[in-house]
Design a binder for this molecule. Structure first.
Ligand code: E4P
Length: 253
């Protein structure tokens, strides 16, 4: 897609990493802006540590970030740092990397190490515990994005916002697995965050199906992080397939 001539310097306003940037010699510079030029609209993150799965789907231009956790990394069977490096190399702009430790000082130390390697691409994922919240406050004060993970209650969401978290991750699927209502939690947090004009974004996590994505956004989630198979299902509908078959038939395709 990108036919930028080799070695040609781009005007400063051109995002040279955008798959939608088209430059050609002999023409006026033609830039097709990314389709979604709005800001602060719902976003999708991909929830996986399998690099090939990410590569395939990031090329759609519809994914704004990647979330990982130690379990996803373990499932990949790879060294975490190799996974992060490969995701980073894909040009992903927002990569949640989870650090694991007991004390806030350990969490901060590990977070700084991640930040030194990946800078602004890294969002530090911290557990929603007292130590995690303390570490969050410290990191956000020095301008590092934090995603507070394992959020299961409104009170946790309040504490995370007070600590300045960029994102909170309520685990809606795990709540449903335990006979709690994950989407209700999104609704309650969304209501409070809106009424209090909280800047922390609600990142619905542990999402198991397409319907939950729609509901989470309806109830005020800013972002949903979804596994590849849910992402793949988002565009599909049985009636689309049936309709397309008929159109193909009628068009003698
Ligand atoms: C993402 O940030 C979470 O770690 C992930 O969505 C958890 O999903 P799971 O409950 O399916 O393990």
């Amino acid at each position: 897609m990108d036919s930028t001539p080799q070695g040609e310097s781009l005007p400063t306003h051109v995002d040279k990493h955008s798959p939608y940037t088209y430059l050609d010699k002999g023409f006026e510079i033609l830039i097709t802006p990314t389709p979604n030029t709005q800001t602060n609209v719902m976003k999708l993150f991909l929830d996986t540590a399998i690099v090939s799965d990410i590569e395939e789907r990031v090329s759609t231009g519809l994914i704004d970030g990647i979330t990982t956790n130690p379990t996803l990394i373990r499932k990949s069977g790879r060294d975490p740092w190799n996974v992060y490096r490969d995701i980073f190399k894909l040009g992903v702009k927002d990569l949640s990397i989870e650090v694991v430790g007991e004390s806030s000082s350990t969490l901060v130390k590990l977070a700084m190490n991640v930040y030194e390697n990946y800078g602004n691409v890294a969002t530090i994922k911290l557990p929603c515990t007292t130590e995690g919240v303390k570490a969050c406050k410290y990191l956000t004060n020095i301008g590092i994005r934090v995603n507070m993970t394992l959020v299961f209650s409104v009170s946790q969401a309040i504490m995370c916002s007070l600590a300045g978290a960029t994102y909170i991750s309520p685990f809606i699927g795990r709540m449903d697995d335990n006979s709690l209502n994950g989407l209700d939690l999104i609704k309650h947090i969304g209501t409070i965050y809106r009424s209090q004009q909280i800047k922390t974004q609600v990142l619905a996590a542990s999402v198991r199906d397409v319907q939950s994505v729609a509901k989470a956004f309806e109830y005020g989630a800013d972002i949903c992080t979804i596994p590849p198979k849910v992402f793949d299902s988002m565009c599909s509908h049985v009636l689309t397939d049936a309709g397309l078959e008929k159109f193909k038939e009628d068009a003698n395709f």
